[in-house]
Design a protein around this ligand. Structure first.
Ligand SMILES: [Zn+2]
Length: 339
C-alpha cells in the first residue's frame, strides 16, 4: 500500500518538522529513550505559571490554587505513538504542526477555525512518545494491512515465532528477552509505557510524560492510540474524578454529533462507576497523568484502516482517519475553553 505524501510518521520526518518549526514558543527534547532516541516536544502559546506546591500537596492543603495560582489560559497536551505501530495520531499531529507553522496542513488546506482555538491556549505536542517502538515498525501506516500484520508490528512475536497478541503481550512486563520480534508497543527495554511501574523509577519516556503534564499544569491530556477498525473510541479513564469522566463523555458526545454528519461515528463511556471486581481495570499511563496535574487525561483510539479486522466497521482510509482526529482536536480545544 502506497503511503500518501501527507502521511508523515517516520522518525526522520518528525525530526525535520521539529528542527524547522519556527513559530513554536518552546521546543525541546524531553528525554532520550531507552534506545537513545530523542523524544521531541513543541509548544505553542504562553506557558502557565505553576504555584508553590505540587498537585497532591495543593489538594492536601484544600487549595488547588497552590498548584495553579490564578485563572490562566488552559494547557492541552497531545501525545502520539506511545505504541509505535499506532501511527494515526502521529500523522494527525504532523498535519497540525504544519497548520501551526505554515497556515496550511499537509494537504495544503487552511483551517482558520482550529487556529483561532489554538491561539486561546497553550498547546503542547509530543509527536512520538515511544521512538524506539516507532523505529522498529517498518510500515508508516496500518491502512491496507491485515489484523495479523497489526499484531506482528504491534505486540511482536514470542520465541517460537507465534504472535504475542493483545492482551496476552501484557502477561510479561518488561517483555524484553521473551520475544523473537519485539513489536512497536515497547521501548528498547521492552517496557510498555502504558503499564510502567508508576511508583518506582520509571522508563525515561514515562517519566518525561508525567513531568511534562506536571510542569504544564495540563488541563487536558490526549493520548492518541489505534484500535483496529474501531469507531473513534474514547476509552474510559479509571481512578480519576467524576468531573474528568463527565468531560470525556461530553467530548465524545460532541465528536459523535460532528462526525455523524460525515458518517463517522465515535463511541464514549456514558456510565461512570467505581472500578471493582477481582481484575479491576489497570491504573495506566492515562490515569497517572491525571494524578500529577489534575487535568482530564483521556485515551482516544483511532480506526487503523485494516483489511480484515472485525470491529463492526470497515477500515478507513488515510483521509477519514485524519478527519476524525481533526474533529477530535477542534472539539477538545473548544470544550476545554468552555465553548
Ligand atoms: Zn495503543
Amino acid at each position: 500500500m502506497n503511503t500518501p505524501s501527507f502521511w508523515k510518521t517516520d522518525l526522520t520526518s518528525i525530526e525535520s518538522a521539529w528542527q524547522s518549526a519556527e513559530k513554536a514558543a518552546e521546543k525541546r527534547i524531553l528525554c532520550r529513550s531507552a534506545g537513545g532516541r530523542p523524544v521531541y516536544m513543541l509548544a505553542y502559546g504562553e506557558k502557565k505559571s505553576r504555584g508553590t506546591a505540587n498537585y497532591s500537596s495543593a489538594l492536601g492543603a484544600h487549595d488547588k490554587g497552590c498548584y495553579v495560582p490564578r485563572a490562566q489560559k488552559p494547557a492541552v497536551i497531545l501525545i502520539g505513538a506511545v505504541h509505535g505501530q499506532e501511527t494515526e495520531g502521529v500523522a494527525a499531529l504532523m498535519e497540525l504542526i504544519s497548520l501551526l507553522e505554515t497556515g496550511c496542513d499537509l494537504h495544503g488546506q487552511r483551517d482558520d477555525a482550529l487556529l483561532a482555538l489554538v491561539r486561546q491556549l497553550r498547546l503542547v505536542i509530543v509527536p512520538v512518545a515511544n521512538p524506539d517502538g516507532r523505529a522498529r515498525v517498518q510500515p508508516d501506516a496500518m491502512v491496507g494491512c491485515s489484523f495479523d500484520d497489526l499484531r506482528y508490528w504491534g505486540q511482536g512475536t514470542w520465541k517460537d515465532g507465534s504472535l504475542c497478541g493483545w492482551p496476552a503481550c501484557k502477561r510479561i512486563h518488561p517483555i524484553a528477552g521473551h520475544t523473537d520480534f519485539l513489536g512497536g508497543y515497547y521501548n528498547d527495554d521492552g517496557i510498555n509505557l502504558m503499564h510502567d511501574n508508576f511508583f518506582h523509577p520509571m522508563a525515561a519516556e514515562t517519566q518525561a510524560i508525567l513531568d511534562l503534564c506536571e510542569q504544564e499544569c495540563a488541563d487536558l491530556v490526549i493520548h492518541l492510540h489505534g484500535g483496529g477498525n474501531c469507531p473513534g473510541n474514547f476509552i474510559p479513564t479509571h481512578y480519576v474524578t467524576l468531573e474528568c469522566c463527565r468531560f470525556i463523555e461530553e467530548l465524545g458526545r460532541r465528536c459523535n454529533a460532528a462526525g455523524m454528519r460525515e458518517g463517522m461515528p465515535y463511541v464514549f463511556p456514558a456510565e461512570h462507576t467505581l472500578p471493582q471486581g477481582e481484575n479491576p481495570p489497570s491504573f495506566n499511563l492515562v490515569s497517572a497523568c491525571h494524578h500529577v496535574c489534575g487535568g482530564v487525561s483521556l485515551c482516544y483510539e483511532s480506526n487503523e484502516g485494516l483489511t480484515d479486522a472485525d470491529d463492526g466497521l470497515p477500515g478507513f482510509d488515510h483521509d477519514r482517519i485524519l478527519r476524525m482526529h481533526r474533529i477530535l482536536f477542534a472539539e477538545s480545544l473548544a470544550l476545554v475553553q468552555g465553548k
